[in-house]
Design a protein around this ligand. Structure first.
Ligand SMILES: NC(=O)c1ccc[n+]([C@@H]2O[C@H](COP(=O)([O-])OP(=O)(O)OC[C@H]3O[C@@H](n4cnc5c(N)ncnc54)[C@H](OP(=O)(O)O)[C@@H]3O)[C@@H](O)[C@H]2O)c1
Length: 252
């Protein structure tokens, strides 16, 4: 594996969640465009295999870094220990969890909330402060359409994603005039490990590669909030406008 100490900061990607299907596709999409990559996650062996694959395919510098989104006390040391401050940080970290279990098991509910809201917002906020000090940088948070309106089937996960979406909106508002851009990604359904075995409707389900390409395009074009398949913007607009008195009786 190559080391990226000499990599250009502005073309270095930090990928938080480097073992995920969407994360791996995103890292490769940036690497294919000549970016150096810092892969971070819990499973260093898996990250090492992924890094070797990226180097073999694209010949760019790749480093791997231990990162646990629940270990907030280690965030500052993690950021300062990177070979360089990246130009772009993408967080795909998340945990769907089990809604039914979360309704009775407070520890499980807490894990979902911390994995999707507390951890991702705190680490992205920490990089935002460093990017603001430098005067450049792009922050990308992968949220979810589940955060657009709470539903019985997944409102613990959905409410954590709603918090992430709101945080990213506020962060964008704080940094917009100071050289730092914030992108919120709402993928809709995606065929990944997270959704394996679920009966996802094909026309509204994306592949990880599609999400990766959408993220690269959003960074290049400085987009604010993207729905990976545009149909999701329309679907969620309709769902958001259903009156609560009716919505609470529906099963969607
Ligand atoms: N798939 C979909 O339909 C869909 C739809 C909307 C949004 N999303 C979002 O897209 C993102 C990527 O999900 P995916 O579909 O690619 O599923 P995934 O493969 O399950 O990815 C989840 C990632 O989060 C990481 N993670 C979980 N807890 C962590 C922790 N404590 N510390 C560090 N990393 C942790 C996982 O790492 P480990 O390998 O160590 O577990 C994994 O890399 C998630 O934020 C998800 O909520 C997915």
């Amino acid at each position: 594996m190559m080391n990226s100490t000499t990599a250009r900061t502005d073309k270095t990607l930090l990928l938080l969640g480097g073992t995920s299907d969407i994360g791996r596709a995103t890292a490769k999409a940036f690497a294919a465009r000549g970016w150096s990559v810092q892969l971070a996650g819990r499973d260093l062996d898996a990250l090492g295999r992924e890094a070797a694959d990226i180097v073999a395919r694209h010949g760019v510098p790749v480093t791997t870094h231990a990162f646990d989104v629940l270990d907030t006390a280690a965030f500052a040391a993690f950021a300062d220990g990177l070979p360089c401050l990246p130009g772009v940080v993408v967080s795909v970290v998340g945990r769907l969890g089990q809604q039914a279990l979360a309704e009775t098991d407070l520890d499980h509910a807490t894990l979902i909330m911390r994995s999707n809201y507390e951890g991702p917002t705190l680490i992205l906020g920490l990089f935002a402060t460093r990017f603001l000090a430098r005067g450049t940088g792009t922050i990308v948070g992968v949220s979810s359409v589940a955060g657009d309106r709470g539903r019985a089937s997944n409102y613990v996960y959905g409410s954590a994603k709603a918090g992430l979406t709101a945080f990213l909106s506020g962060l964008r508002n704080r940094t917009a005039k100071r050289g730092v851009h914030v992108v919120t990604v709402k993928p809709g359904f995606v065929e990944t490990a997270m959704t394996r075995g679920m009966p996802l409707p094909k026309p509204v389900t994306a592949e990880p590669q599609e999400v990766a390409d959408a993220i690269v395009a959003a960074v290049e074009r400085a987009r604010d909030v993207i729905y990976v398949r545009r149909i999701w913007r329309v679907i969620m607009l309709c769902i958001r406008h259903i009156p609560e008195a009716l919505f609470k009786r529906m099963k969607i």
